[in-house]
Design a protein around this ligand. Structure first.
Ligand code: FES
Length: 171
């Protein structure tokens, strides 16, 4: 007597193509769901890279405080957006009127171009001195001794209603 085993029968071509279609459909759905979940995450991760750099002007102090040959130190703070984080950054700049009879102000960052220590103006030596490795800069910020490879960074400035403003950029 012949015996039929339904569990081991070969699927018909119609069944095979239906199974393939269902497998294709479930793969497609899984792909769409993955995309729906991934797009906002990818957007969040790369958005800091795509955001244009923001710049702002910070108030340093009155232009009337400047004396020729006497750099004036100003401390200021600003909002710094660093990747995904926003924080308040504190910085120091020197506004300089290098010589009498000139109106050309220079605004210098006090960050040493060697390893980033804060320089300070020394009245007796008439130079900016770096406490870390004895770097020295002249009154216009030019590196004149020690390891600093470049002059002190200059900040763009403008005067608005008698106040010196300096331009700062987020990193
Ligand atoms: S950090 Fe200023 S001389 Fe090294």
């Amino acid at each position: 007597m012949e015996r039929h085993d339904n569990n081991h029968r070969q699927p018909s071509p119609q069944e095979l193509s239906r199974r393939r279609f269902l497998a294709y459909l479930s793969g497609l759905l899984a792909g769409i769901i993955t995309l729906i979940i991934a797009i906002p995450i990818i957007g969040f991760v790369i958005s800091p890279l795509l955001r244009p750099k923001k710049e702002s002007w910070v108030k340093l102090g009155p232009v009337s405080a400047l004396t020729p040959g006497q750099p004036i130190k100003f401390a200021y703070s600003y909002q710094l957006i660093d990747g995904w984080f926003e924080k308040t950054a504190h910085a120091t700049a020197y506004a300089v009127l290098p010589a009498a009879g000139t109106k050309d102000i220079i605004v210098l960052s006090n960050i040493c171009t060697h390893l980033g220590c804060g320089v300070r103006w020394d009245d007796t030596q008439h130079q900016f001195l770096c406490p870390c490795h004895n770097g020295r800069f002249d009154i216009e910020g030019k590196n004149v001794a020690g390891p600093p490879p470049r002059p002190l960074p200059k900040l763009q400035w403008k005067i608005d209603q008698g106040m010196i403003l300096a331009k700062v950029e987020e990193v």
